[in-house]
Design a protein around this ligand. Sequence first.
Ligand code: BMA
Length: 916
Amino acid sequence: MKMIGLLLALLVITNVLCGGKGALVDSKFNWVLTNDKGDIKVPGTTREVHVDLLNAGILKENPLYRYQELNSSWVTKLDWHYETLPFRLDDVDLSLPLVLQLKGIDTLSTIYFNGQELGSTKNEFKSYSFLVDTSNIKSDNNVIRISIKNPLAYTKEKALKYPYEVPETVNWNIWAEPTSRNFVRKAGSDFGWDWGPAFLPLGITGDVLLKQCKFGCLDQIIVNQDLSADLKSAHITVGVSLLRAPAHATQSTYSVYVNSELVLEKTVNLVHGTKCGDDLTFVTLGAFTLDHVKLWWPRSYGPQHLYDIEVKQMDSSETMHKKFGVRRVELVEEAVTTADNVDLYTVNPTTFYFKVNNVRIFMKGSNFIPIDVFNNARVTTDDMEYVMRAAITANMNMIRVWGGGIYQPDYFYDLADSMGMLIWNEFTFACSLYPTDTGFLQDVKEEVLQQVARLNTHPSIIVFGGNNENEVALQWFSASVTNRDLYVADYTKLYADTIYPAIKLIEPSNMRVWIDSSPSNGLISTDPYAKRWGSASTAVAGDVHFYDYDCNCESYKSFPAARFVSEFGFQVMPSFVTYEKYIDEADYNPNSELLLYRQRHENGNIQMDRQISLHFTQPLNCGGASTDKHYFDSYLYLTQIQQARCYETAINWWRSQQSEAAQTMGILYWQLNDIWPGPSWSSIEYGGRFKPLQYTVRRAFNNLVISSNVDLESQSVSFNVVNDVQQALKVQVTVTLQAWSSASIHDVVYSAEYVVGPASSTSVWTTTVSDILAKSTSCTPETCYVKATVEDVNHEVHTFPYYTFLQTMALTELEANPKFALGNFKEVDENNYQFTLSSSTAAPFTLLELKNAEGTEGSNGVFGNIYAGWFSDNNFLAEADVEYTLTYTTAQRGLSLDLFRSLLTVRALQHCYVCN
Ligand code: BMA
C-alpha cells in the first residue's frame, strides 16, 4: 500500500531522507537499544532485542546453535529501551493534532515523546496511536523512546490475580514453563511449542510514523462484495478506516476509483463511523455495481484477476491504493442422507467442503507456522516467496495460517493473491483457554477490527478461523473438565460474542467463511449460530485433527474417516546436513543430552523410533561409538523417509475417499515449515531444504494420481485413481510386478482403460497380496515390488508412477549397496540445473542432497542460503538401469553449476546398512 499524501504531514525529520510531504516512515529513524541498568548500549538497527544484541556481539553465538536458547534467556527477563537519535521536526502545523502511530510493538511497552509519557501498549497484534503534545515539540532534538517490559513477569502476575485458573498447554520442555502465555496478546509460539524454542522476542515490529491529518489519516480501504449467483456482476460496498478522525462533526468528500475509473463520490459525516478504541473510525463511503466481473480463481482453476481500488480524500488529496479480487466462497455443510455412521453429536451428518465460484474444490495443503524465532527482524519477502513457491511445487492449493503464531505481513497475503493460494487464516489463539475479563475482550475486539480491516481485500483468504484447538482443549485440562460450563461460557464470550461480531462489523457481507475452532464438529445452523459441541472429532461433520503415534502409520486402516483433515502428522528429526551446522560431534546421537533437550514433544523420540522399528531395520553403527556419524546420519534419514511413508499412506487414503461415503474434501498436513532446526512435523527444514516428505507430497497431491491403500496385516490392496481436473479424463492404468534384484523380471498384473470423472476418486482394482503374486511366476512379497502408472491418454496431465510394497522394508530382500551414476550436468538457465541419475540396482528412497560448503552462508533471511531450492523429483524409487533426467531449481544466485555439482550427493535406503 502506498500513501501519496500532500495534505498531511508537513514535517521534516533531519536524519530522514524524506523528500516532499507525507507520512514519515520509521525505517529511517535511527534507533539505539539500551537496557535498564544502562550498561548495554548498542545500535537498534533491527529493532529486535536479541538480533541487535547479536549484531553488536553481546550475544556471541548463533542463537539456534546448541543451548543458545537457554544461554540467552536472560535477555527477555530484562526491560529494554529503544530510543531514536534526536531528530528535527520542522513545519508542524500547530492547528492540527500530531499523531504518533506505532504499527506493531512486541509487546508490553510505554511510549515517550521528548520525555513525556504518551501511553502504553500491550497487544502485539494491534497498531497504536498517540497524540503528541504539540507544546512539547522542538524543532530539533526530538526523541521517541519505547520502553519494553519482560512479558513473563506480566503474564504470571495476570494469571495469579485472575479469579480462577485459565489453563494452557505445558510439558514442552522449555525453560519458561509455565508461561501463562494466554494472558498476553503475543504470539503463542514465542513462548515455545512442541516444535520450537522459547526466545520470547521483544521489539518494534511495525512502522513508527508521525502524521498530521485534518480529516483523519486514511488507514485502510475496506471492500465488501456480493457476487450475483451467475457470477457476472458484483455489488461492491467501499469503506475506509481513518486514523484519529476529528472528534467533532466534520464532513469530508471521497472519490473511489476502480482501475482508474471513477465509481463513487461521496461526502460523509465522519463522526458516524464505528469507533475502534480512540484511534480508528470506520466509515462506509457507498456502493457501486461491478459488471462483467473478472473473477479471482484459486490456482489451477482459473486466473487470479485483481482490481486496483483507489480512495482519494478530496479535501486533503490524500490517496490510498489496494488490490481486491472478486470471488464467491462457501463452506457447504448440508445434510447427508446416507446412513453413514451416526454418533452422539451428529444426529444429522453433514458435509464439510468448500466451493469457490460455485466449484467444489478438494483442498490440498499444509499448516504454516512462523518462519523464524525472530520473525520480524529476519524474515524477508524472498523467504515468503520461497515458502509459497515450495507449497505450489508440492501441488498445494491451501495454506492454513495456524493460530499459535502471528498474523502474517501484507506481503504474505499479496503473494497468496497473485499465486492463487487459498488461505485459512486463524486469529492468534491456540491450544489454550483464555481470560475473558472486560479489558481483555475489548482489546481482542480492537485487534480483530484492525486485522480484519487490514486483511479484508485479500481474495486468497477464504476462511477466518477463531482459534486452533481451543474447543477440544476444553477436554484437556482438569479444571475445564470438572467445571465445563464455566469454560464453555468463556469460550462463547470470546469467539461467538466478541470475535465473530467484530468481523461482521467490518465484513457484513459474505466475504469468507467463519470457523470458530479447528477442529470442530461444524454447525447445526448459521442463523441462529448453533454449534455441535462435544468431542470435536467426528467423522461425519466438521474437520478433524488426527494424531496417533502408536498406530501403524503405513496401514491406511490407521487413518479415520473424515470430511476434512485440517491437521495430521508425525514428528521426525532434521536431516544431518541441516542439523550439523547447529550441533557438535558430541551430540551425534538421537538420545544425546542436546538432542533430547531440543526434543519439545513429549515422548517424541520414542514415537519416532516406534514407527521405524515397525517398518525398517535400524542402521549400522560403523565405528562403534555412541556418536557414530554413519549411524546418526542414517537414523535421521530413516526418520524422514518413515515420515514420508506415513503421510503418503494417509494422503492417498483420504484422497481416495472423496467420492466414497466419507466424502473427504480436504487434507492440510501438519506442518509446512520450521521455526528452528529441531525435531518437528515439517516438510521444509529451517534454512530451506526439503525433507523427503515435501517430494512425496508433490506426487501425492498431483492433480491426477494412482495410489494404493494397503494393509499388510489383512493383505488387502486396492488401487485408486483420483482426478482433480474439472473434466473427465480417459486414462490407461497399468500395474506391474517387478523384482528388486533384476530389471528384466517384470510382469504386467493389471491393465485397463478408464474414464475417470471430473473432481472425483475412482476405485480401479481391489485385490490381495496373494492375488497380485499369483500373476507372476517368480515373485514373493520380499523379492518384488509393485509399480502402478496412470497415463492421461491425451497426454495433457503429467503423472508420477506409484510404488506399492508387499512387505515391510525390514523384510524386503534388497540388493546391497546400489551404485549411482550422476552425469550430463547442464545449466538450463540461471536458476535451473539439469543432470541425469541412474542406479545399478533398484534403490528405494533415493535421496539427492546438497552437502554444506564452507563460506556459503547467506545472511539474507531464513532461506537466503545456497541450499534453498528443490529437485524436480526426489525420495523416489530409482529403478535399476533407468536413466532419470532431473532438474534442480535454485532459489539463490550464489549457487553456480560447478558448486552445485560438487555439493550434490545421493543415497538410498541400502546405504544405511553399508559402512564405507
Ligand atoms: C497440533 C497443532 C500444534 C502442534 C501439533 C503437533 O496440536 O495445532 O499445536 O504443534 O499438533 O503436536
